[in-house]
Design a binder for this molecule. Structure first.
Ligand SMILES: Nc1ncnc2c1ncn2[C@@H]1O[C@H](COP(=O)(O)OP(=O)(O)OP(=O)(O)O)[C@@H](O)[C@H]1O
Ligand SMILES: [Mg+2]
Length: 487
């Protein structure tokens, strides 16, 4: 008997079978990898184990007990913890308080955390590298910090089975290595783990076995090597995985004036300086990438350009200053931000979210634009009426980019475009970026951790470190001259 045994697990949402008759096992001291395209049912499978959804059919035996359909608190009491795909900390509480809350015993009569649990919480924060920020508000943490906080919350409960839904999303290569070490350590201490992530190489390096899913079904199982070599898995999930999509012409050596110029930009959060004297030129009708570790200042730069953050310095479009302009005017002028946090309207449908982006268009333009966006992301066309909040992680990312494209941007700023996307969808985005480049319709500014993706498309690259530009130049020189800082 394995520690966890799932048999014929099935979950339907209306007419959609999100998890379809799936079997898998995982034992203590073992990591099972779950891979598959966006919307293939990975998060739903994890939610079924955690009790967040009730299966329509099938069994889940944990240590010999069938827990299928139990409430999440009972399942948590059996030693199961989950790191969710989306970080949702309590904003009124500090980082440490968030972890302490996760440790509260499962009894109304016990609302105090024991000293031992407090120590456990502090130890968990140390393990995930959040030592110095106990008293900060979660809103002060960068994206990766929030992911770390989620892991700390799960660890503080000392789980026997840990479900990790995309722990690597948005992390830089170095951070992924650190997290991988932590996951190995957890396995070594005799826990069972299930890992879902689109960082295929890192998953393959970690897991003992992999299960691949597609449209809710298990399509392959075996060693990570065999599963990744499987023809079906390659077709539905991995795509080409090649660098074939590349710009025909790079614009790094053109003398054309930049579409957007940022000069000596400074941003402060209270007394802390997030950006100091940042200057960048965004290539007209080309692709400019801003790369750097988490917390380096990429998001602050993008938010400042979009008018969402007060800043000092020059931001100009064709010699016209936009610094200090309200965010909506900047957006209307054609400079559109697709934020890392997506900011979708969860209780509105896919179509309503898209239409909001195209609110200023005439009926005919709106229709034409919708067609264009749905052609890039066919999943959005299939799910027009689905609530945005019920979309899978990668589907939400497609909607966020789609909504930004609906605005017909002249300059599109995408903060972490590849976040949570299956490799095959990255291929689609790659192709779209090149198609947009060819159409001469728009200029792109990307903030990326994924250097392979960024350097595939970018004409010019800026490396940000601790709020300053540390290197800039044509993309093809980046790896050689500055790659060691991020790769
Ligand atoms: N409450 C719901 N109502 C309707 N459809 C849902 C609901 N929850 C999930 N789905 C759909 O079920 C499918 C499986 O979703 P799931 O979140 O499990 O995918 P995933 O494999 O985790 O994908 P990703 O890699 O993008 O996170 C998706 O197409 C999603 O849109
Ligand atoms: Mg998911």
């Amino acid at each position: 008997m394995k520690f966890l045994e799932a048999r014929q697990l099935t979950k339907r949402f209306g007419g959609l079978t999100a998890v379809d008759n799936v079997d898998f096992d995982v034992d203590k001291g073992e990591i099972l990898g779950l891979i598959g395209p966006n919307g293939s049912g990975k998060s739903t499978t994890m939610s079924l184990i955690m009790g967040l959804h009730k299966p329509d059919a099938g069994s889940i035996h944990l240590n010999g007990v069938d827990i299928a359909g139990w409430t999440p608190n009972r399942i948590a009491g059996m030693g199961v913890s989950m790191v969710f795909q989306h970080s949702r900390p309590l904003q009124q509480q500090t980082v440490l308080q968030n972890v302490l809350l996760a440790c509260l015993p499962n009894k109304v009569t016990h609302l105090r955390v024991s000293d031992a649990q407090r120590e456990k919480a502090i130890e968990s924060l140390r393990l995930v590298g959040l030592n110095g920020v106990h008293d900060k508000a979660p809103s002060e943490l960068p994206f990766a910090g929030l992911r770390r906080l989620e892991v700390a919350k799960a660890l503080a409960r000392d789980p026997d089975l840990l479900l990790l839904d995309e722990p690597f999303a948005g992390l830089s290569a170095g951070e992924v290595r650190e997290f991988s070490d932590l996951i190995r350590h957890l396995k070594g201490s005799g826990r069972a783990l299930i890992l879902v992530d689109h960082n295929v190489k890192s998953v393959a390096a970690l897991v003992d076995r992999a299960v691949a899913m597609s449209s809710g079904q298990r399509i392959a199982e075996g060693s990570p090597r065999d599963v990744l070599a499987n023809a079906d898995v390659r077709r539905v999930y991995l795509g080409s995985q090649s660098d074939t999509v590349a710009p025909e012409v790079r614009r790094d050596d053109s003398d054309a004036p930049p579409v957007l110029r940022v000069k000596n930009l400074n941003v402060f959060y209270g007394k802390a300086q997030a950006l100091s004297n940042v200057s960048i030129d965004v290539v007209d009708k080309g692709v400019t990438a801003v790369v750097g570790l988490n917390g380096a200042g990429k998001t602050s730069l993008f938010n400042a350009i979009a008018g969402l953050l007060p800043s000092r310095g020059e931001i100009s479009v064709r010699d016209r200053s936009i610094a200090g302009m309200p965010a909506y005017e900047i957006a209307r002028s054609g400079i559109v931000l697709c934020p890392e946090s997506r900011e979708l309207f969860g209780d509105m449908s896919v179509l309503e979210n898209l239409k909001l982006g195209g609110m200023h268009l005439s009926a005919a333009d709106l229709r034409e634009r919708l067609e264009f966006v749905e052609q890039i992301f066919p999943r959005l066309a299939e799910r027009r009426r689905q609530y945005a909040r019920t979309l899978s992680g990668g589907e939400q990312q497609q909607l966020a980019i789609g909504r930004a494209l609906m605005m017909k941007p002249k300059l599109l700023l995408i903060d972490e475009p590849t976040l949570g996307l299956a490799p095959i969808v990255m291929d689609i985005i790659s192709e779209s970026i090149e198609a947009l480049r060819k159409s001469g319709e728009l200029s792109l500014l990307l903030a990326e951790q994924n250097m392979v993706f960024a350097s595939r498309h970018a004409d010019s690259v800026y490396l940000v470190e601790h709020g300053s530009i540390e290197w800039s130049g044509p993309a093809h020189q980046f790896v050689e001259q500055a790659g060691s800082k991020i790769l």
